[in-house]
Design a protein around this ligand. Structure first.
Ligand SMILES: Nc1ncnc2c1ncn2[C@@H]1O[C@H](COP(=O)(O)OP(=O)(O)O)[C@@H](O)[C@H]1O
Ligand SMILES: [Mg+2]
Length: 495
């Protein structure tokens, strides 16, 4: 190789590949393997050619130079060609790499798109199944509720507020039966000749809660009805009983979460369930109102205006299944806290009246209503219902001789509205063609929650003190009448 390489410059600048044996082997470029350029240490041929000619042979030297120049030019040309080739091959390689990377990306994209398509299909399928499942759940849930009866009566015995619970001898709750209650009284022999006799009154309800039952336990039974309200059924729950028997405790309870009554628990459940149903395309809107009926007059418990500017209210039937109250505050609510604030406002409104009118609250009915509207836009399904939670006025009968003037008027109003409640329920039970809803403000307002398309739950609250015996008996008798009623099969307000 020395003959060929002898003319080559010491530094093989024409090649970018590192000049080592291993890279030489890898290099595919033409010319490169000729090792033209690898003899770094070879002296330029010019020197040796020149030394062979005598000093006077200038022509020969010129000719040698010319040859060398030509030689160099040829090499430059081939080096340039090699450069062109390499540049071209780099461009081609880069293009090939890019093309194959692009190809791979496209394949990958296609695969991903297919996968996404499949997943979308699965999601749609599962959504459909979930929706069908939810509708099925509603149907079954409702079937169970209907089997349990669209009107149910629960009895709750308040604990003694002082003293030992075992002192309550006249109320007997069988340990093995949570549906029965016996009221018993020893009657002294009138003549004194025969032994004292015990007179017992047996009652049975859908459920009896003893003095030890806690709020959570009581609510568990109602939560199923609350669920029905979200499914589109009107639900009404009211507490009946003499003053002090625990109606307000049952319906509202107190601030401690453990002592929360039906209203705050129902509200909590409703917002929780509505949130869960959102994933299935259900959007709910809630509207709350809180009204007090005192002496057959309605009072807005959510009123925030000037006390002397309170408007008057009238109950109006605006369609076959819609009742509205004129000038009443209907407040849109979006969460539990907003409802709790409204309940606090209502309590403030009630307590102001209490100081002015001597425990006005025990002689008025308070009606909390939550209008629920659900919409599933994916499926064009709607449902609408009302949840009514009512703390009734004290059911105690006041001796006529003890009451005069306003107190007498008040008593008559309470008695007649509670009596009418009983009459309405009896008319519904008998499937009478005429139901006297309009005979009292209470039944008129509750019309939708008491009729065919509804589920009703009544608490009868009992005071455990012996002196309340006759009031307890009255309450239990009233509640038994209600319990014997079967309200027509409800159907959800679904469009
Ligand atoms: N189940 C109960 N457990 C503990 N305390 C109760 C219970 N029921 C009622 N009370 C208490 O008894 C009193 C009277 O109850 P309340 O709910 O105000 O009766 P009502 O509303 O029927 O007049 C209140 O102090 C209340 O906290
Ligand atoms: Mg009360």
């Amino acid at each position: 190789t020395s003959a060929v390489c002898s003319d080559w410059p010491a530094d093989p600048v024409h090649c970018d590949w590192p000049n080592t044996a291993s890279t030489r082997r890898k290099c595919n470029a033409p010319y490169h393997n000729r090792e033209l350029h690898l003899s770094k240490n070879t002296q330029p041929a010019a020197g040796s050619g020149a030394s062979r000619r005598p000093g006077w042979d200038l022509k020969g030297k010129v000719s040698d130079m010319e040859n060398k120049v030509q030689n160099y030019q040829g090499k430059i040309k081939s080096a340039n060609q090699e450069n062109e080739y390499l540049k071209d091959s780099i461009t081609k390689t880069q293009l090939a790499i890019q093309t194959s990377a692009l190809g791979r990306c496209q394949d990958h994209l296609k695969e991903s798109q297919e996968l996404a398509g499949n997943l979308e299909e699965t999601v749609a399928h599962q959504r459909e199944e979930l929706h069908l499942g939810e509708m099925e759940r509603r149907k079954l849930h409702n079937a169970i509720q209907e089997l349990k009866g669209n009107i149910r009566v629960f009895c709750r015995v308040r604990p003694l507020l002082t003293g030992n619970q075992s002192d309550v001898l006249h109320i007997q709750l069988p340990a093995h039966d949570n549906k029965a209650l016996t009221l018993a009284k020893m009657e002294e022999s009138h003549t004194g000749r025969t032994a004292d006799t015990q007179k017992s009154y047996n009652f049975s309800f859908d459920r009896v809660f003893g003095p030890r039952a806690v709020q959570r336990e009581v609510f568990e039974e109602i939560s199923l009805l609350v669920q029905s309200a979200l499914d589109g059924y009107n639900v009404c729950c009211f507490a009946y009983g003499q003053t002090g028997s625990g109606k307000t405790f049952t319906m509202e309870g107190s601030d401690l979460e453990e002592l929360w009554g039906v209203i705050p628990r129902a509200v909590q459940q409703i917002f929780k369930s509505a949130k869960a149903l959102r994933a299935q395309g259900w959007q709910y809107t809630f509207t709350a109102s809180f009204v007090e009926i005192y002496n057959e007059t309605l009072r807005d418990l959510l009123y925030t205006g000037k006390p002397n500017k309170r408007p008057e209210h009238e109950i109006r039937k605006i369609s076959s299944n819609e009742i509205t109250v004129t000038n009443l505050t209907y407040q849109k609510v979006n969460n539990e806290d907003e409802v709790h604030n409204l309940i606090m406002l209502a309590n403030q409104n009630r307590s102001t009246a209490r100081t002015g009118m001597n425990d006005h609250s025990s002689r008025s009915h308070s009606v909390f209503q939550l209008d629920i509207e659900g919409q599933n836009s994916d499926r064009d399904t709607k449902c609408k219902s009302t949840l009514c939670l009512v703390d009734l006025a004290g059911s105690e009968r006041v001796q006529k001789s003890q009451s005069q003037g306003d107190r007498f008027k008040e008593m008559t109003a309470i008695n007649s509205s509670l009596t009418n409640l009983g009459i309405v329920i009896a008319a519904l039970a008998n499937k009478d063609s005429f139901v006297p809803y309009r005979n009292s403000k209470l039944t008129y307002l509750l019309q939708n929650c008491l009729g065919g398309n509804s589920k009703t739950l009544m608490f009868v609250n009992i005071s455990p003190e012996e002196e309340s015996f006759s009031e307890s008996l009255n309450s239990l008798r009233f509640a038994s009448k209600v319990n014997d009623c079967v309200i027509g099969t409800a159907s959800a307000n679904r469009k």
